[in-house]
Ligand binder design. Sequence first.
Ligand SMILES: C[S@@+](CC[C@H](N)C(=O)[O-])C[C@H]1O[C@@H](n2cnc3c(N)ncnc32)[C@H](O)[C@@H]1O
Length: 271
Amino acid sequence: MGSLLNPADGFAFTAEDFAFVRSRIFDMAGIRLSDQKDKMVYSRLSRRIRELGLGDFSQYLRFLDSSRDEQVHFVNALTTNKTQFFRESHHFDFLAELAAGHSEPLRVWSAACSTGEEPYSIAAQLVALGREQDRILATDLNTQVLHTAETGFYDINEAANIPPGILKQTFLKGTGRHSGLMQPSRALRARVSFRQLNLIGPWPFKQSFDVIFCRNVMIYFDKPTQNRLVTRFCQQLKPGGYLLLGHAEGLDKAQRDFVSIGKTIYQKVAG
Ligand SMILES: C[S@@+](CC[C@H](N)C(=O)[O-])C[C@H]1O[C@@H](n2cnc3c(N)ncnc32)[C@H](O)[C@@H]1O
């Protein structure tokens, strides 16, 4: 098998290596990498090969199968974590409306929370409305993004995405060695619990949720995986609960467990 990329530029990377990576990331995370992702795989994993002092991809891939620690690095390297505060802001308007008509505490799950901007936006929206009892569970497969989320320091430029009234009430501006950074307030941080969870693995939840945000992750999965996930989300929601998806995602027309009630907002059919 010929080399996909010129070893003179770095490490030998064959079509067989690429096929191996695709099969492993699918088994570990449910992520389907398209034919065009070879350069992305090369660039992200060659960094790791260099750090480990290995000679090429085939050596790395043998090591991968023998090391559980490396499997964590591998998944971290191959997930795409783009996110921002108040991304797809209509979902936060919806949350505010829902909270206004809901006297009981809300339980919200941010099911692929990346570096934390999504769950902190949910918390900020609710805290700014004076709601003390709502709780947000935030999960992701990638341990590195969870670490960033829990540490909770963000570049001050990210503040531009947060509605000013909410920003003022819920974020602190860093000073001294933290200048140029901002952090969610203590009240905000107290609302959010972070956990590692693989969406295609078991879910150890005892309680159900009022709202599930699962945005911009299902696009990486194939149809059967997406359909299985939607069925599981339905089981994990309270009757009449809501599932919020990303802008490029939607439910199958054949899906009978939910009704569409707005742009990428679905309500679980009660009963
Ligand atoms: C593009 S980000 C989306 C972040 C956020 N939901 C948003 O819309 O801004 C996708 C996230 O899904 C996570 N992810 C990918 N596969 C996963 C899996 N099998 N289980 C849990 N999280 C996964 C990635 O680590 C990444 O942080």
